[in-house]
Design a protein around this ligand. Structure first.
Ligand code: C5P
Length: 226
């Protein structure tokens, strides 16, 4: 019998990764960060020097790649991401990868390959998967679907705080807002599996909620939906 699946979707910078990791740890479920998979293949394509609009070569590069997500010892740290045995955990979070990931993710063949891997990973259930199309395409029959969001200024502030904590140079909030909005527009308007709230997803607007409050709310909804 399949264990439950929780789908967490939403725009960039809504805090999906942190929330999903903690929800998984609290509920004893596995965590699947599908954004890390799209980022890892984007890193590989950029590293290989393939033109991003050359779909055939992009597919050739990605198809044989081994992607591994290894959970960290504590839910405070992100899972480590490996592609073809190389640790790209930090490399996939650079501005360079972030600026190109939506373009690679919009290629239908890339989505087909990664969605198949995601579904295989979740076929026994017992996972919390986060991304853009989890509730709509990857696990459309998930027991619980959350659409996690926050206002654009709040998402930019959170992203700035993250970057600061990583010891990166201060960034301009208006510029961050612009980058986040551009990526969301790209993800919302692609032809295949665009970012959108599933009809049966519960929307959580987190502007005025603490991390603990968001995690507790999702855990409570999970218990109600089982
Ligand atoms: O969640 P994260 O910001 O790491 O996702 C990076 C990018 O990967 C998104 O902007 C989107 O283009 C792509 N993505 C996707 N489908 C998913 C998860 C991520 O297209 N399920």
């Amino acid at each position: 019998q399949r264990r439950p699946v929780v789908a967490i979707d939403g725009p960039a910078g809504a805090g999906k990764s942190t929330v999903t990791r903690r929800v998984a740890s609290k509920l004893g479920l596995l965590h699947l960060d599908t954004g890390a998979m799209y980022r890892a293949v984007t890193w590989l394509v950029l590293e290989t020097g393939v033109a991003l609009d050359d779909e055939a070569r992009v597919v050739e590069t990605i198809a044989p790649a081994a992607i591994e997500l290894v959970p960290a010892a504590t839910p405070d740290e992100p899972a480590r991401t490996y592609i073809n045995g190389k640790d790209v955990t930090e490399a996939i979070r650079t501005t360079h990868v972030t600026q190109h990931v939506s373009q690679v993710s919009a290629l239908p063949a890339v989505r087909r390959m990664l969605v198949a891997r995601q579904q295989r990973y979740g076929d026994r259930g017992g996972i919390v998967a986060e991304g853009r199309d989890i509730g709509t395409h990857v696990f459309p029959d998930a027991e619980l679907k959350i659409f996690l969001t926050a206002s654009l200024p709040e998402r930019a502030r959170r992203r700035a705080r993250d970057l600061e904590q990583q010891g990166r140079a201060p960034v301009d909030l208006a510029q961050l807002e612009g980058e986040i909005a551009r990526r969301d527009d790209y993800d919302r308007s692609r032809a295949v599996a665009p970012l959108t709230k599933a009809d049966d997803a519960i929307e959580l607007l987190t502007d005025n909620l603490s991390l603990v409050a968001v995690v507790d709310r999702i855990a409570q909804l999970y218990r109600q939906h089982l």
